[in-house]
Design a protein around this ligand. Structure first.
Ligand SMILES: [Zn+2]
Ligand SMILES: [Zn+2]
Length: 393
């Protein structure tokens, strides 16, 4: 999977560029690399697609916010080898048809209104419908979040009708010529574009550019071109995601009516609470209840981690409120910048009742000189102060 260029870099704008600046930058790039201007130039075509992909994200406040926060990792994409950073594989993947259907308006009408060789056919003329986006929730355990995971989701969605191939017509003869456009598929109007006032041809709103309307609808989909169905979608979830984060999988949403491009599948992450570990950003916190004797004498004790149990060493004389930091045992950073820590916050377990033998032992300790508190004033810190200091720092 090739490294993707930063979207801001692709469009040559700063990260705080206004929507208008982004739009202008995209227009400029789209004109420069437009296939009509660069016939047969594969490099220009790639640049043209790259700019469209960047503009698709940066012109959409929702996608832009995700990209600003998570980079390419936040942009979703099924397939690919999975694992860490296996995201973003198929995002983009725009066809020329997608670009003209999504962003055609930026050029001032159906095809490149007045720009280039309007008669060259190719991508123009026919507008492409886009299916709606779908949103699903995925519940993940902390372990899955730490390691990253792949989920197979059965998605109920509109799928293309297999009987009519998505056309919505019973057969090839089930059409009549569109009366709005007389069969041409487009209507001519005068519009203002960034090239100035120009006569431009847009897609016929009645027939959607096909030049014909259905007289005899497909009996299975009743002319919609789509039917209710299911698809199993495999989603690679990178390590380090968090509650409420949204990943988008391009093209896995609802199919469009009468053929066209699919909507996107938006995957919203839900975090399953762990019974013992609490997440704070990329750190994990465990409240350890320590035996009084272990606190005084030291020991090694078992603690939970996302990988199962681990043993940690307790130094003799460990006080309540001490925070033991296990570096890198927290949640990996989504963008690959290391990992959080596991913080073990020590509390001393005090039993509510004691046996006569225990009482006797404690009475001896009570009178022992060594057990009389020696710290005083500012040095004596209670658990809450320590906790507060930890969270403030
Ligand atoms: Zn059908
Ligand atoms: Zn028409």
């Amino acid at each position: 999977m090739a490294d993707k260029r930063d979207y801001y870099e692709v469009l040559g704008v700063s990260r705080d560029a206004s929507p208008d600046e982004i739009k202008k930058a995209y227009r400029k790039a789209a004109i420069q690399f437009h296939p009509d201007k660069n016939p047969g130039d594969k490099n220009a075509e790639e640049k043209f697609k790259e700019a469209a992909e960047a503009y698709d994200v940066l012109s959409n406040p929702d996608k832009k916010a995700r990209y600003d926060q998570f980079g390419h990792a936040g942009m979703g994409g099924a397939g690919g080898a999975g694992g860490y950073g296996g995201f973003g594989g198929e995002y983009g993947g725009f066809t020329m048809e997608d670009i003209f259907s999504r962003f055609g308006d930026i050029f001032g009408g159906g095809r490149f209104g007045g720009f280039g060789s309007g008669s060259s056919g190719g991508y123009g003329g026919k507008s492409v419908n886009r299916g709606s986006d779908l949103r699903v929730k995925v519940k993940l355990s902390l372990t899955e979040i730490v390691k990253g995971t792949t989920k197979k989701l059965k998605i109920k969605k509109d799928i293309s009708c297999d009987q009519c191939g998505g056309s919505g017509a019973k057969n090839a003869n089930s059409y009549t010529t569109c009366s709005t456009c007389g069969g041409s598929g487009h209507v001519t109007q005068v519009v203002n574009t960034f090239f100035g006032r120009t006569q431009t041809t847009t897609t016929c709103p009645t027939c959607g550019g096909s030049g014909k309307v259905i007289t005899d609808p497909c009996p299975k989909c009743h002319g919609n071109g789509t039917v209710k169905g299911e698809e199993v979608v495999e989603i690679n979830i990178p390590a380090g995601v968090g509650e409420g984060m949204q990943l988008s999988v391009s093209g896995k949403g609802n199919a469009a009516k009468h053929g066209g491009i699919n909507g996107d599948l938006l995957v919203v992450i839900e975090e399953e609470p762990h019974p013992e570990l609490k997440r704070e950003g990329n750190d994990l916190i465990y409240n350890l209840q320590l035996n009084v004797a272990d606190a005084v004498l030291g020991n090694s004790v078992e603690i939970p981690t996302v990988d199962g149990k681990a043993r940690i060493k307790i130094e003799p004389g460990t006080v309540a409120g001490r925070v033991l930091r296990l570096r890198g045992k927290g949640i990996p950073d989504l963008n690959g910048y290391g990992a959080g820590d596991l913080l073990v916050v020590v509390d001393i377990y005090i039993p509510a009742h004691v046996s006569p033998a225990e009482k006797e032992a404690l009475e001896k300790l009570r009178t022992s000189d060594n057990f009389k508190p020696k710290v005083s004033g500012g040095k004596a810190r209670n658990l809450f102060e320590r906790m507060r200091n930890y969270f403030i720092s």
